[in-house]
Design a protein around this ligand. Structure first.
Ligand SMILES: Cc1ncc(COP(=O)(O)O)c(C=O)c1O
Length: 392
């Protein structure tokens, strides 16, 4: 058990309006698959500017059925980033595809479009760019590559609900799917908004939307216009057809009520994260031993994470441990996926394959960043970081 004064690296913000919204559903006739599911989907689409949204039980479930809807199957190659949570690559394996990593940019830690091109083969079917730490990947360039090679794009925007990027001088919200086929979000407690466990896929394509609805619910359709067996006069209202091998990735109505309530606060959540980042970046720039995260000028990051990079990576472990001892919740996001034993053993990846990703990993520490972080705590975190660097 961590001490009460311990500051975690991330946490949710739940207010009385959220609680009231959930309780109202719990007191109603529906607690799962009721009206709040569609309402949450509509709110998400409206916020992001997409045509459709499908909400599911986790970001991982969302990535899985996005890959299925994209038609990823045996031996298809899908290119993604090595610096991300395991789910961004595991979703490809769930469909019997092959995850192919492309190294990251040194500054943003996002997948490098130049590296994507080097990894394309005849078997490449899709790209899954990850908007690392909430900083959108270079979607303009990735979109051009995908068009040239006829590839699908699934944005893993689990860190980036509320982020924006500029294209043709216009700000575009992540989730609008202007440069992708689908965009995936997670609503885990450390993300921009939370429903406990949950996720969503946004798209502008009706064909994908319809597939996603089926994959969420056992591959079943109840819409008579879609039935394969249409001619039976004996079929009544009970009739449904299973047309794909789907899953139970449904989400409950009370979680969706929480999601709707949280979404109303999203812009405030992001604004506060951006304010904290400004303070961190001003104060921590005094420490010569570290490098701070960047925000490119065509991006407004949702700042899911704030990471510092040590110029001398040999000191990372000691700084990490000292900060933990001082009550500062540090983390490392992420161990490069290609270095995981499963990936080395089954896909033959080796240390040294992705130098930028490994260099970043060796030197990085995530420090606390979340909506409820009070001014005195921010000051306290900064003081302690400065103190640790004054003697390590
Ligand atoms: C980049 C990324 N993709 C996917 C996921 C999976 O989301 P979930 O935890 O909701 O399954 C996460 C969660 O941490 C993530 O960070």
């Amino acid at each position: 058990m961590k001490k009460k004064s311990f500051i975690p690296y991330g946490r949710q913000w739940i207010d009385k309006y959220d609680i009231e919204a959930v309780v109202k559903v719990l007191e109603s006739d529906w607690i799962t698959q009721g009206p709040k599911v569609e309402e949450f989907e509509k709110s998400l689409s409206q916020y992001c500017g997409s045509k459709f949204a499908v909400v599911v039980s986790s970001g991982t479930a969302a990535l899985h059925i996005a890959c299925l809807a994209a038609g990823i199957s045996k031996d298809d190659e899908v290119i993604t980033s090595p610096i991300t949570f395991l789910a961004s690559a595991n979703c490809i394996l769930y469909c019997s595809g092959k995850p192919v990593f492309a190294d990251v940019q040194k500054d943003t830690v996002n997948i490098d479009p130049g590296e994507i091109v080097k990894k394309i083969t005849k078997r490449t079917k899709a790209i899954i760019p990850v908007h690392f730490a909430g900083h959108p990947a270079d979607m303009g360039k990735i979109y051009k590559i995908a068009n040239k090679y006829n590839l699908m794009i699934i944005e893993d925007a689990c860190h980036a609900l509320g982020a924006r990027y500029k294209s043709n001088d216009k700000w575009i919200k992540v989730g609008k799917c202007s440069h992708s086929d689908m965009t995936v979000f997670s609503f885990h407690p450390v993300k921009s908004i939370t429903v406990g466990e949950g996720g969503a896929i946004l798209t502008n394509r009706r064909d994908l939307y319809e597939k996603l609805l089926m994959f969420r619910n056992h591959g079943v359709t109840k819409e008579s216009s879609k039935f394969k067996f249409k001619n039976s006069n004996l079929n009544g209202d009970w009739y449904y057809e299973m047309q794909e091998l789907g899953f139970n990735y449904r989400i409950t109505d009370f979680q969706c009520a929480l999601g709707i309530s949280q979404l109303k606060k999203l812009d405030r959540f992001i604004e506060k994260r951006r304010e904290i980042v400004k303070i961190y970046s001003e104060e921590l720039s005094e420490i010569k031993e570290i490098e701070l995260p960047v925000e490119r000028n065509y991006v407004k990051s949702s700042w899911h994470l704030y990471y510092i990079r040590l110029k001398n990576f040999l000191k990372r472990k000691i700084v990490f441990e000292k900060l933990q001892k001082l009550g500062i919740g540090t983390q490392v996001h992420y161990i490069p996926i290609h270095l995981q034993p499963y990936y080395r053993k089954n896909l033959g990846y080796k240390k040294g394959n992705y130098p930028n990703a490994e260099r970043y990993y060796n030197a990085t520490i995530t420090i606390p960043l979340f909506f409820g972080l009070k001014k005195n705590k921010i000051k306290n975190i900064i003081q302690k970081i400065k103190k640790v660097f004054s003697y390590v």
